[in-house]
Design a protein around this ligand. Structure first.
Ligand SMILES: Nc1ncnc2c1ncn2[C@@H]1O[C@H](COP(=O)(O)OP(=O)(O)O)[C@@H](O)[C@H]1O
Ligand SMILES: [Mg+2]
Length: 396
């Protein structure tokens, strides 16, 4: 598998915006989605020692706050799953343009924190930017729609999610057909090409309501000349592909598994190291020695179980602590932070310690461990915190 190298843009945190999207999920409205697509990351410029020393307290606080914001949402890494999702889906979009029905789609399935939503949203962003390039004059085009399936969803709730994305009113007296027709008319008018549906694990085909929601989505997929891409937690295990209805779904969809990274073979280790290295290269810390984090890749794998969500949280948390711990800042700010940054998949108390050899995953051959791999040196600049707390780098 290729080593991860490129960095994808993500929205910068805390940017003022007059069209402030809904707080619950900013991507599920056209304004929030547009803002997400438009936002390019801009890594802060690191001042040299002389410039840093010349800042007064207020300027230094502003400088550090901007860096904290940046590290809170570091640029994304172009992972194999993102590449696979974008490659497969873009091909299907091309093929589906010539289909009047029975269009094919993609389902991204995997555990929480494996990057499904990230892959889905990056696919949408890439497609929207490409559509804008093809049609620079068409400012009313909305090539991508993003919705999430609410828990215990009913067909009407899903239709309203679509309506909410477009900003269409959905009065209480409007029935499912009214809302569906309004959504389809708007989607056709705005030339929707790609529909992203996240959290599909909220559909359970075992219940009547779940089966009806699945039918509603199928109905939208038939009526809209668009490609549908779904993402959800382990959807292959929750019965979405079981029974006649499930087999119908499975037959038309390419399943892409979002899995934790592995650390068994040399190639897998290289990929993980590439991921760590790319994340490290996006840091903007003063006292950071390049390569120090990459050298700890084995420790980081053990600490995060190969989950990109945990790795990202660990590194972002550590970077923020480094900035807050810098000598010129007041002490004491970091303790609150370390208490609140428990990586989602951090090993429990008594889990892998620093330098502990991570277990290769079950499916890897027993001899896959690379004998040439060096053990990461314990390093005081990135000490493991107590279990469940971020590693602590030196002051940033
Ligand atoms: N490609 C990536 N590069 C950097 N960080 C990522 C990437 N994918 C996911 N993450 C991190 O992992 C976290 C969880 O990802 P998410 O896409 O929400 O996972 P899922 O939807 O599978 O639960 C994100 O908030 C982000 O911090
Ligand atoms: Mg998700």
């Amino acid at each position: 598998m290729a080593v991860v190298t490129a960095v994808l843009p993500v929205p910068a945190a805390g940017e003022p915006d007059s069209e402030e999207p809904a707080a619950d999920n900013p991507l599920t409205t056209k304004e929030g989605w547009r803002r997400f697509v438009d936002t390019e990351p801009s890594p802060p410029v690191l001042l040299d020692a002389a410039a840093l020393a010349s800042l007064d307290a207020a300027q230094r606080a502003g400088y550090d706050e901007a860096r904290i914001d940046y590290h809170a949402g570091l640029p994304l890494v172009n992972t194999p799953v993102i590449r696979q999702v974008i490659g497969t889906s873009r091909l299907l979009i091309q093929l589906n343009r010539h289909q009047v029905s029975a269009r094919r789609g993609v389902i991204i399935s995997g555990a929480s924190g494996t990057g499904k939503t990230t892959a889905l949203s990056q696919l949408g962003r890439a497609c929207e930017l490409a559509a804008r390039k093809r049609h620079p004059q068409d400012r009313h085009r909305l090539p991508v729609v993003y919705i999430t399936v609410p828990p215990a969803a009913t067909p009407r709730m899903v239709a309203i999610e679509f309506a909410r994305f477009f900003g269409l009113p959905a009065p209480a007296r409007a029935n499912l057909t009214d809302v569906t027709n309004a959504v389809c008319a708007t989607a056709s008018h705005t030339k929707v090409d790609l529909v992203l549906v996240d959290e599909i694990h909220n559909i359970s085909l075992a219940t009547r309501a779940g089966a009806e929601v699945s039918d509603t989505l199928k109905y939208f997929a038939e009526r809209l000349p668009a490609t549908f891409v779904y993402a959800g937690l382990d959807v292959d295990e929750i019965g979405l592909f079981a029974g006649t209805r499930g087999r119908q779904i499975a037959g038309r969809f390419t399943l892409i598994a979002a899995r934790p990274f592995d650390y068994g073979t040399t190639g897998q280790r290289d990929t993980w190291r590439g991921l760590t290295s790319t994340m490290e290269s996006s840091l903007r810390l003063h006292q950071h020695k390049p390569g120090i984090l990459t050298g700890l890749d084995e420790y980081l794998f053990g600490r995060t179980s190969g989950m990109i969500g945990s790795l990202s949280q660990l590194i972002r948390g550590a970077a923020i602590l480094a900035i807050q711990d810098a000598p010129s800042r007041s002490p004491g700010t970091c303790s609150t932070w370390s208490q609140s940054t428990t990586p989602r998949n951090a090993p429990p108390a008594g889990g892998p310690a620093a330098g502990a050899r991570p277990r290769p995953r079950r499916e890897l051959p027993a001899k896959a461990a690379d004998p040439g791999a060096t053990r990461p040196a314990r390093n005081r600049r990135l000490l493991p915190g107590p279990p469940g707390q971020p590693a602590r780098p030196g002051p940033g």
